[in-house]
Design a protein. Sequence first.
Length: 293
Amino acid sequence: MPTTDMRASVDAVSPRAASVDASISLGDEDFSFISAFVFERCGIVLGANKRQLVYGRLLRRLRELGLSSFAEYCQRLRSQPEDELDPLASAISTNVTSFFRENHHFDYLAQEVLPALAGAANPRIRIWSAGCSSGEEPYSIAMVMAEALGNRAQSISRVLATDLSLRALSVAQQGMYPLDRLQGVSEQRRKRWFLSGRGGNDGQVMVAQSVRDLITFKQLNLLHDWPIKGPLDAIFCRNVVIYFDNPTKQRLFARYAQLLAPGGFLFLGHSESLHGMSDAFDLVGRTIYRKRV
Ligand SMILES: C[S@@+](CC[C@H](N)C(=O)[O-])C[C@H]1O[C@@H](n2cnc3c(N)ncnc32)[C@H](O)[C@@H]1O
């Protein structure tokens, strides 16, 4: 089998890349096996252009496990696929996120979505943050809910927040962030929804309990079954499908359409679109879609 030496330029790939290890290389066969594993289990497509990224990110994992080659790592994937899935997915996928990222979505939620839902007879508002990473997205949704619904929020609304990565979810569940993560958050919201850490937690902020109480975090692979009871009013699936191939996206969007109530909303990331992927939705705003009634 021909091999390609990946040792030369890995440091330039990503800040998360491990430093060059002259003794370990990622050959064609191992790269193909890892890409096929990641695609089958997570839906993430790793083309040849992602090879350096895979090398850099997994080198660190090899070291953690005390392995000296990618062949040994592939052997581990074969023998313990379930145990290794989460560390692999956490290493490969990008968990980049922030509070109130693509803020126009939160304005739309506050101004268009929540008032209409709250005005219904017997309101019951359910929103899913699918691919929630370290939690900034569902916390932003819950803050907007608490602002829009006031003291009714607790009794009529909930956010379900899911991700494949247990590592990201454990940060999310803690709800504690370094102060500099609040860059996109207004002064008013900082004061209202965050508590400053003291003592050992100096320089950290904690999301207010009233916001945390609105959210349930769960691990969920979007490619697998979803133990979710619909209908849902809105799904935020932002900056997740960017890694999926078209058939995977089409299946996912069809499942979202089934789970949403008629008139329910789907929020995608700024570089994502339903164009050619689903005809169950109308575009109603910038990367905001509404299920046809
Ligand atoms: C870039 S983050 C997006 C976070 C947030 N939605 C946002 O836009 O800020 C992408 C997230 O998708 C998750 N993800 C990737 N593939 C997944 C899958 N098959 N099932 C569930 N989550 C997945 C990753 O673990 C990662 O946390």
